[in-house]
Design a protein around this ligand. Structure first.
Ligand code: PLP
Length: 401
């Protein structure tokens, strides 16, 4: 009898499990709208041309594969902070940012969670309801208590801004408020610039610490700067800010696991100490981060021509998703005879659309229509083509009514 007999079967991951179910389906019209990964119009995975070029240059240089320092590649850490905060941001010049390369967005969030667990005992993280499925896992595993603030209003399929503000106000002073920098996952609903200002007011009043998860910089609007506006506004107010970055989506580096955690501190001394502790947390977890993807990012951002090319490809990807969004809205509006207002689809931004479908309706999408999606009603528009919009609209309308 096995010594591991007492171990029960873990449930499949609600997001990655969708892809497994999709693979097992042989229907010709099947569609995978579960995982948030960019696909071409032919629904094939996409490697950015600029990444291929950077890869080739790296190969020609023939760099070694020795370990990176615990904090990652210095050139990467520099450009990643520059991209997020803006290269001429005073916090960078004043060396007030602790930046450590992490294992993409997830690993970077995990480092910050560990920092909170160690240095803010009892400190609570507030996450949006709903949020990306892995946030709860990350804080649970790091033993950081969390609760939710209202975010999504099912009546309007929009932002419950009053509820959000009330909950952030009611949180114990000094809580960490997890915010999606842009392209909120799963809803695709972002606060307006005016609402961001009010969010910052309340966070400042309550002495909370803003904790940004920015996994889609450049992917929401097509512009790196515009998508970082929320983070930069908080920093410009002189606030201390935590921000986790990912290059999975905007550079398509998913499996390379490239991202960073940044902690903006009030003084360079504090930043140096925070950085030293982040390294101390990383060392026994995974020792040091991957080098190849970090070199790709550093080379692309560090080269004017490649950087320009990256921006153009990001615009192209964001544009394709926008086109699919428009076509889906048109298909829903023209085919649904019930008079339902589908304009929320157009108001959402980024890779996802939140359909408002409940779990039973999502089940109908999958069992009857072979459309795979997470059970919260989220669909990844990045996995949709113009050619399949009408089929998807038919499925959504059928499932709704
Ligand atoms: N945060 C959000 C909101 C996400 O949607 C994702 C990916 O789906 C991530 C973080 C992290 O992804 P990764 O670990 O691949 O960078």
């Amino acid at each position: 009898v096995s010594r591991f007999e007492g171990i029960t079967m873990a449930p499949p991951d609600p997001i990655l499990g969708v892809s497994e179910a999709f693979k097992a389906d042989n229907h010709e019209l099947k569609l995978n709208l579960g995982v948030g990964a960019y696909r071409t119009e032919e629904l094939e995975p996409y490697v950015l041309d600029v990444v291929k070029k950077a890869d080739k240059l790296l190969l020609e240089k023939g760099e070694n594969r020795e370990y990176l320092p615990i904090e990652g590649l210095a050139a990467f850490n520099k450009v990643t902070a520059d991209l997020l905060f803006g290269a001429d941001n005073p916090v960078i010049k004043q060396q007030r940012v602790a930046t450590v390369q992490g294992l993409s967005g997830t690993g970077s969030l995990r480092l910050a969670a560990a920092l909170i667990e160690r240095y803010f005992p009892g400190g609570e993280v507030l996450i949006s309801s709903p949020t990306w499925g892995n946030h709860k896992n990350i804080f649970n595993d790091a033993k950081v208590p969390w609760s939710e603030y209202r975010y999504y209003d099912p009546k309007t399929v929009g932002l419950d801004f009053e509820g959000m503000m009330a909950d952030i106000k009611a949180a114990p002073e000094g809580s960490f408020i997890l915010l999606h920098g842009c392209a909120h996952n799963p809803t695709g609903i972002d606060p307006t610039p005016e609402q961001w200002e009010i969010i910052a007011d309340v966070i400042q009043e309550k002495n909370h610490i803003p904790f940004f998860d920015i996994a889609y910089q450049g992917f929401a609007s097509g512009s790196l700067g515009a998508d970082a506006a929320s983070v930069r506004m908080f920093v410009a107010r002189g606030m201390e800010v935590i921000a986790a970055q990912s290059y999975s989506k905007n550079l398509g580096l998913y499996a390379e696991r490239i991202g960073a955690i940044n902690v903006v501190c009030s003084s360079p001394d504090a930043a140096a100490r925070v950085k030293s502790q982040l390294k101390r947390i990383a060392r026994p977890m995974y020792s040091n981060p991957p080098v190849h993807g970090a070199r790709i990012v550093a080379n692309i951002v560090g080269d004017a021509a490649l950087f320009k090319e990256w921006n153009a490809e990001m615009e192209m990807m964001a544009g394709r998703i926008k086109n699919v969004r428009d076509k889906l809205f048109d298909s829903l509006s023209s085919e649904d005879k019930s008079g339902k207002d589908w304009s929320f689809v157009l108001k959402q931004i980024g890779m996802f659309s939140f359909t408002g479908l409940n779990k039973a309706q999502c089940d109908n999408m999958t069992t009857k229509w072979h459309i795979y999606m997470t059970k919260d009603g989220r669909i990844s528009l990045a996995g949709l083509s113009l050619a399949k919009c009408e089929y998807l609209a038919d499925a959504i309308i059928d499932s709704y009514h």
